[in-house]
Design a protein around this ligand. Structure first.
Ligand code: HEC
Ligand code: HEC
Length: 365
């Protein structure tokens, strides 16, 4: 222990020198590095990792990702996504609540916005959003473009008006070139901010997991326990999970009431879910089926972040959800042994794969 400490002290000046050299060299090569980053991000979408279906990619016609303008837009979006100047007190960026280091979520039950403000919903991961149209737990946003402008204006998240956001970004000299290369001229508009951030988000994908390798023929890629778990997951007389977590992204893109949170009084008002949009009683307390890819990384779970572990998630399903008047008819008590439960968890862990690697950009000046 002690000797390690001494080595640390001796190494300290050397480390400082090294840091200075690296700092200098990044200043020299940053343009070249940005180029690599831009290309590799768009590339990750063009050559989707194993297991993802390229025919299911959703890119709106009015926000294409082709060619040089496409990759410039992604690059612009990467900068905006990590830029805390998009918040009132310059303290919160998209990445604060959807952090690449925390499975593109934030590891908290409720996220913290400007001035320490707390909301009542759990921040979902933003991986594989390119496969969905509707966004948010209740699907209230019709596209990623539209969604991106929500948190900027949300008083408990980034707390700016769109005019303020546009004006703050316009004042940053370094953004001008990127706006020009992405959209033809330097003008900053809210619509362009939304389009750029959405383009960046579309490149964040996860695939090539042990499960994908197993499915493509490598029978050694998953443990025997995970293989049994996969069987339980899709067996409609056992786990019946695929009846909602369907397809390669493990979601039916639909809304279901599992009853989570309905034991708390007032839930019908504060957590009405999809009902708030449809006014259809069957949507009361119904939330979107989330993807299960890289699920171990995005604790805690469920729309209200009330479930801390995968073990607890499985217990909820084993009991058939939390009883309430609007419980989804697919939710039934499950006949699972302790080993079945362990196998399901081993399977869920096998859904963690390669996520697009992103370098956090140096803020533009
Ligand atoms: C203060 C924390 C916070 C900040 C900042 C924040 N988000 Fe979120 N984000 C959330 C929460 C919480 C939700 C879920 C809210 C809901 O569904 O009602 C969410 C939902 C989303 C979703 C929907 C995902 C899905 O599966 O439907 C996307 C996409 C997203 N945010 C992207 C962004 C972008 C882009 C930014 C920056 C412009 C941003 N977020 C800023 C907390 C945050
Ligand atoms: C009736 C549809 C349905 C079935 C069946 C179902 N799920 Fe879900 N699952 C959902 C919905 C909807 C949510 C989000 C619910 C909420 O937030 O209140 C969810 C959430 C989860 C989560 C937490 C995800 C997160 O990001 O917070 C996990 C893990 C999960 N389900 C695993 C499973 C497993 C394992 C099974 C089978 C035993 C299963 N699900 C069966 C619809 C379903």
């Amino acid at each position: 222990m002690k000797s390690k400490l001494n080595v640390g002290i001796v190494l300290l000046p050397v480390l400082f020198l090294l840091a200075a050299v690296i700092g200098l060299s990044t200043a020299w090569t940053s343009e070249a590095e940005n180029q690599v980053e831009e290309n590799s991000l768009v590339e990750s979408l063009k050559n989707l990792p194993l297991g993802l279906d390229k025919f299911m990619v959703i890119i709106p016609e009015d926000n294409p990702l082709d060619g040089i303008t496409g990759s410039k837009k992604v690059e612009l979006g990467r900068h905006l996504y990590f830029d805390s100047r998009l918040s009132k007190d310059n303290s919160v960026a998209c990445a604060s609540c959807h952090d690449p280091k925390k499975g593109w979520s934030d590891g908290q039950q409720f996220s913290t916005g400007v001035g320490g403000a707390k909301g009542g919903m759990n921040a979902p991961t933003i991986i594989n959003r390119v496969f969905s149209t509707l966004q948010f737990w209740d699907g209230r946003s019709k596209s990623l473009e539209d969604q991106a402008l929500g948190p900027i204006q949300n008083p408990i998240e980034m707390a700016l008006t769109l005019d303020e956001a546009v004006s703050k970004i316009s004042q940053v000299e370094g953004y001008k070139q990127l706006f020009k290369e992405s959209f033809g001229d330097e003008q900053v508009t809210a619509e362009r901010i939304g389009k750029a951030i959405a383009s960046f988000e579309r490149t964040i994908v996860s695939g090539n997991s042990p499960f994908d390798k197993y499915e493509s023929g490598d029978k050694t890629a998953m443990s025997p326990s995970a293989i049994r778990g996969w069987g339980i997951f899709r067996d409609n007389k056992k786990g019946n999970c695929t009846s909602c977590h369907a397809g390669f992204n493990f979601t039916d893109e639909a809304y279901h009431n599992l009853g989570v949170g309905t034991e708390k009084p007032g839930w019908e008002k504060d957590y009405s879910g999809r009902f708030a949009l449809t006014q259809d009683t069957k949507d009361k307390g119904a939330f979107k089926t989330p993807t299960l890819r890289n699920i171990v990384e995005s604790t805690p779970y469920m729309h209200d972040g009330s479930v801390k572990t995968l073990e607890e998630v499985i217990e909820i399903y084993a009991k058939g959800g939390v009883k309430n008047e609007y419980l989804d008819p697919k939710m039934k008590k499950l006949d699972l042994t302790d080993q079945d439960k362990k196998d399901l968890i081993a399977f869920l862990k096998a859904l963690s794969g390669d996520v697009t690697k992103v370098t956090v950009p140096t803020p533009l000046e």
